[in-house]
Structure formats: structure tokens, C-alpha cells
Design a protein around this ligand. Structure first.
Ligand code: CAA
Length: 297
């Protein structure tokens, strides 16, 4: 049995995992960073090869912020020696754990897991960072669903403590225990959830974001005042509209769509204001405009 199967990771660097992260967007690069920071060897890939250099630059910047605050001892360049980027999925090779962190589209994820399943050794764990898609459904793509699991990180990954671990019907308990141990070894706090739509976090978060959007849509107040209310009155670190821009309005809409389809309840239906913004390319921070404008004074 591999060392990380069912026993805690004791000291970063002692027992190095080989981790593959597929998808080098915001979440994938953050996940690659925390594995490398904890002493593990990472292979990172993306179907769009052009994002790989910016992913490494972004990881370096984040590591540098952590090093300046003495939160990590190693130099960023040293940590980066443990991250290898490859241009093709076929090159990810044999690893202990595979973590998918691509966009929230069911068919794309299903196709990807079929490829990973062909490459992955029998003892490895295959995980999805999906924020809302059914882990049970995704697990049908692999030959051994007992080693398939949800491992949901939060943005910004290097800062956020939580990892939601989602057990599908056929996930083996030893896989859950291994992933809990791995998450703890990354310095994270794992919580376990059954495979219900939105798991725990997004089932709570999406109605909050939706109500804030409805307040704006109905003219109750301005975006700034709505966000100030949540920050100063409820002690949220970001207001719900600011947070929606931060997550990406397309991502928020995709998650709401999954919850609405699965539960069939109005409380999860994406509001018109969100649909209109996404349809017109206003996706939040990444597009320069959402509920706020970015990159301007
Ligand atoms: N790497 C390293 N350090 C980072 C960082 C990164 N990528 N991003 C922020 N930090 C650090 C900063 O250096 C700073 O450290 P100090 O306080 O020690 O100086 C600290 O985090 C706070 O950052 P800032 O001062 O830049 O800004 P801030 O105080 O506004 O905090 C924030 C930024 C941490 C993002 C904070 O606003 C926050 O917690 N927001 C809420 C984030 C959240 O809710 N995330 C979950 C989204 S939902 C999700 O991800 C899941 C899903 O399925 C949709």
C-alpha cells in the first residue's frame, strides 16, 4: 500500500507525492503551487499551452508574497523546480494523484477523465476540483470508481484554508482517508461532504450571491452599498458582488445552473442581471468588467 493511503502526511518533503494537475487556470495553478510548496512533485498541463508560462509567473508571484511574510522558507525558484509543465495531456505520466481543474463543463470533464484513466496507474487517486458537478456522474468514466473523489479547493488557493472532500457512492473509505491526509499535509482543513449538488459551500454561497444580485436588479441599492453592507455589517471579507466578480460571473452562472437543474428550485435560478452580463461578455475581474470595472483608477 502506498504511504499516503490512510495515514497522515507527516512532514512536507519527507514523503513526496507525484501529483498531476490538469488545467492551469486560477484554480489549477493554485493547486499546483500548494502541492509544490509542501514538497511534492507536480506536473501541470493545460489544453491551452499558452497559459503555462503565465501560470508559472503567477505561482512565482504568489510564492514571493508568502516568502516576504515568512510564511514559506524556500525561495520561490526552489519551489518552482518541483513544478514541471507539459504541453500535452499524454505527457503527464504516472502519478500518485491526478487533480482535474478545468472549466465547469460536464462533457469536457468526462472526456478528460477517460484519458486520465488510461494513463493513471492502478494505485493512484483521481480527483475533480469541480465546484458543483456530480462526483458520482464523473466517477463513471473511470475503471475503478473506488479511487475517484471530489477535492474542491477555494480561490485564492494558497490563502484559503478549506478543502471540501466529496465522497461519491462508490468512493472507497481508504480513498477518503488518503485525500484527507493529503489535504492536511498541504496545510489545509478538510471537510467531507456527500455528493449533493453544490456540496456544502456552493449550496450556501449561491443563494447569497443571487440575493445580492437581485437587490441590485430591483434597485434596492448600488453595488458598492450592497457590498459595504456585507463587509461592514456581516463581516464578510468581500461583498457578494465583488466576490462574484472574483470567482468569475460565468463560473457563478454555471454553478447556479447545475443547482437549479438538480434541485429544480427557484432559489438557485440565475437572475436575469447575471445572465445578461455573462451573455454580453461581462465576466468579472478576468474580463475587466463585471459589477465593477478593473484595471482603471
Ligand atoms: N497568494 C499568496 N498570498 C495571497 C494571495 C495569493 N494568491 N492572495 C492574497 N494573498 C494574501 C495577501 O498577501 C495578504 O496577506 P497579508 O494580509 O498577510 O498582507 C492577504 O492574502 C490578504 O490579501 P490582500 O491584502 O491583497 O487583500 P484582502 O485583504 O482583500 O484579501 C482575499 C484578499 C484573501 C481574497 C480576501 O478578500 C478574501 O478572503 N476574500 C474572499 C475569498 C473567498 O470567499 N473565496 C472563495 C470563493 S468561492 C470558491 O473559490 C469556490 C467555488 O467553487 C466558487
Amino acid at each position: 500500500m502506498p504511504w499516503w493511503r490512510g495515514r497522515p502526511v507527516c512532514c512536507p518533503g519527507d514523503d513526496r507525492l507525484k501529483a498531476a494537475v490538469i488545467g492551469a487556470g486560477t484554480m489549477g495553478r493554485g493547486i499546483a503551487q500548494v502541492f509544490a510548496q509542501s514538497g511534492h512533485d507536480v506536473v501541470l498541463t493545460d489544453m491551452n499551452q499558452e497559459v503555462l508560462p503565465s501560470a508559472l509567473k503567477n505561482i512565482w508571484d504568489s510564492l514571493e508574497r508568502l516568502r516576504k511574510k515568512s510564511l514559506i522558507e524556500e525561495e520561490p525558484s526552489q519551489v518552482l523546480t518541483r513544478i514541471r509543465t507539459v504541453k500535452q495531456i499524454d505527457e503527464i505520466g504516472q502519478n500518485d494523484i491526478y487533480i482535474e481543474a478545468i472549466f465547469e463543463k460536464l462533457n469536457a470533464k468526462m472526456d478528460l477523465f477517460r484519458i486520465i484513466d488510461r494513463i493513471a496507474p492502478k494505485s493512484s487517486i483521481i480527483a475533480s476540483n469541480t465546484s458543483s458537478i456530480s462526483i458520482n456522474l464523473l466517477s463513471t468514466t473511470v475503471k475503478a470508481p473506488g479511487r475517484f473523489i471530489g477535492m474542491h479547493f477555494f480561490n485564492p488557493v494558497p490563502v484559503m484554508k478549506l478543502v471540501e472532500i466529496i465522497k461519491a457512492e462508490r468512493t472507497e473509505q481508504s480513498t477518503v482517508e488518503s485525500v484527507v491526509a493529503i489535504a492536511r499535509g498541504l496545510g489545509k482543513e478538510p471537510v467531507t461532504s456527500k455528493d449533493f449538488p453544490g456540496f456544502i459551500s456552493n449550496r450556501i454561497l449561491m443563494p447569497i450571491l443571487k440575493e445580492a444580485m437581485l437587490c441590485l436588479q430591483e434597485g434596492v441599492s448600488t453595488a458598492q452599498e450592497i457590498d459595504r453592507t456585507a463587509k461592514l455589517g456581516l463581516n464578510h471579507p468581500m461583498g457578494p458582488l465583488e466576490l462574484s466578480d472574483f470567482i468569475g460571473l460565468d463560473v457563478v452562472m454555471d454553478i447556479m445552473e447545475v443547482l437549479y437543474t438538480e434541485f429544480g428550485e427557484e432559489r438557485f435560478k440565475p437572475p436575469i442581471i447575471l445572465r445578461n452580463m455573462v451573455n454580453s461578455g461581462m465576466l468579472g475581474r478576468k474580463s475587466g468588467i463585471g459589477f465593477y470595472r478593473y484595471g482603471e483608477e
